[in-house]
Ligand binder design. Structure first.
Ligand code: UDP
Length: 491
């Protein structure tokens, strides 16, 4: 390996998976490291570069006024030609199994530009997505330490490890309502069978997870968008029992200088200015914010029940209608709800990209109906907002457990079916949704305890990223270690 001048800044290559839930936190994370004098490059494809361009530009603008900070680069490479229409190169754009297969083929072909970058630039380390399991071997060939990033909670990582190690679903009764215990964890974690991935039904996905997990274990360690005070027991389990190395550097959203346009590739929805003004007219804590990330899809009967639930809750609401926005309103919107919307005082609908962090931190917002994607969950934690949890797939059922049972900052709607946006699930009734919102945002002792816990967690989150906080220190620890490694490699 070429000898590097020790005065040269550390160079980290960030290589996120091609989906907003992976890209957005990586752009924020690069901003964190760049602010500490690390040269950061993000390697991605054109559409994905566009999604993080404003976050990177704003971080770079801010770096001019900070002594140690360096600018972040985006290295753009074309998405391989695998027969997908131009511009289809990110998770939310995939609407069929055929597209999904082509997309994953294209993703595997990204190994070539990744190799080329490592050979030409010789960074000190890479932070590559866990889903790029081939990146472990590629980085090893170039003698570059590979850090893993998945964008999950530590809690869900330990649950997935238990699943892969013991496969408790296979041993459980066939009944979808059967309770399945995840063995070997510091906390009792039990899910209904219907809430879990079925290894036998999706053998290819299961084999992929096994490969990814094996590659992660061969890697240098893992960087988490989380903080010590949030998941101490899972961290202890991950590092001591499972023997993995972890740096917790989040919540990375608190490093973002781009609350208004963060993640909005084609700009935020035109509704957002109106939304801010509408929120300004509402009393503190009176509005429930409803959004399900970038990959969830709601069928008309689900949209109908959600609309009924929001109406019945009696609360003000901001509802981001993403997946399913293509569905005609006449197919799902109840007449009563249409009348309520026409009055304009109770609810505000955003179609398109919402400035999520601006909304969550608005004083009027007192609750968040979420699918428990880890970014959304941590953003609610950072904003001190309690959650109504409605997991759909991926790691979301684990995150719900963490939020509701361990942290006690949320109430579930009773989501029972693990199903991706290409699969169907049972519909949850409006009455149940309204009740869950009431339990989080009510004026009773139970709701107030949840609200106070959420506020306290928000304060801990902010302390973790401030100078001297646990996440601030983990960034420093990692930078120092990689710098020391450079010296030892050079000897
Ligand atoms: N997001 C946003 N506006 C939207 C939809 C999503 O800012 O209208 C952001 C959200 O704040 C979060 C990310 O997109 O940072 C979604 O990630 P998450 O892990 O919550 O869910 P996923 O989309 O990966 O399921």
């Amino acid at each position: 390996m070429a000898i590097k001048d020790e005065q040269q800044p550390l160079h980290i290559l960030f290589f996120p998976f091609l989906a907003p839930g992976h890209l957005i936190p990586i752009a924020d994370m690069a901003a964190l490291f760049a602010a500490r004098g690390v040269k950061c490059t993000i390697l991605t494809t054109p559409v994905n570069a566009q999604a993080i361009r404003s976050a990177v530009d704003r971080a770079n603008d801010a770096s001019h006024s900070t002594e140690d900070a360096l600018a972040i680069d985006i290295a753009v490479v074309p998405f391989p030609d695998v027969g997908l229409p131009p511009g289809v190169e990110s998770g939310p754009a995939l609407n069929s199994m055929d597209d999904r297969e082509k997309f994953f083929h294209g993703v595997r072909l990204l190994r070539e530009p990744f190799d080329r970058f490592l050979a030409e630039n010789r960074p000190d380390a890479v932070v590559s997505d866990s889903f790029f399991e081939w990146a472990a071997a590629a980085a090893a060939e170039h003698g570059v330490p590979r850090m893993v990033f998945l964008g999950s909670s530590l809690f869900s990582r330990t649950c997935i490890d238990s699943m892969l190690r013991y496969n408790p679903v296979e041993a459980a009764p066939e009944d979808p309502d059967a309770l399945v215990l995840l063995p070997g964890l510091p906390h009792r974690v039990e899910l209904r069978r219907s809430q879990m991935k079925e290894p036998k039904k999706q053998p290819e996905d299961w084999a992929f997870l096994q490969r990814v997990n094996a590659a992660d274990q061969r890697s240098y360690g893992e960087v988490f968008n989380s903080f010590h005070e949030l998941e101490r027991d899972s961290l202890e389990h991950y590092t001591t029992t499972l023997g993995r190395r972890a740096w917790l550097v989040g919540p990375v959203v608190l490093a973002s200088k781009d609350a208004a346009t963060r993640g909005a590739g084609n700009g935020p929805s035109p509704d957002t200015d109106g939304c801010q003004q509408w929120l300004d007219t509402k009393p503190e804590g009176s509005v429930v914010y409803v959004s399900f990330g970038t990959l969830s899809h709601f069928l008309p009967p689900e949209l109908r029940e959600l609309a009924r639930g929001l109406d019945m809750s009696g609360k003000n609401f901001v509802w981001v209608i993403g997946g399913g926005a293509d569905t005609e309103e006449s197919e799902w919107m109840p007449d009563r709800f249409a009348e309520l919307m026409a009055r304009g005082d109770r609810g505000f609908i955003i179609r398109g990209w919402a400035p999520q962090m601006l909304i969550l931190t608005h004083p009027a917002v007192g609750g968040f109906v979420t699918h428990c994607g880890w970014n959304s969950t941590l953003e609610a934690v950072s904003a001190g907002v309690p959650m109504v949890t409605w997991p759909r797939c991926a790691d979301q059922f684990y995150n719900e457990k963490l939020v509701v049972e361990l942290l006690k900052v949320g109430v579930g709607v009773g989501s029972m079916d693990y199903a991706s946006k290409l699969e169907t699930r049972r519909v949850i009734g409006g009455e149940v949704i309204a009740e869950a919102i009431g339990r989080v945002m009510g004026d009773n002792e139970y709701a107030e305890a949840i609200q106070e816990k959420a506020k306290a967690l928000g304060e801990k989150a902010r302390r973790a990223v401030a100078k001297g906080g646990s996440s601030y220190d983990d960034v420093g620890r990692l930078v120092d270690e990689l710098m020391a490694r450079r010296s030892s490699v050079n000897v």
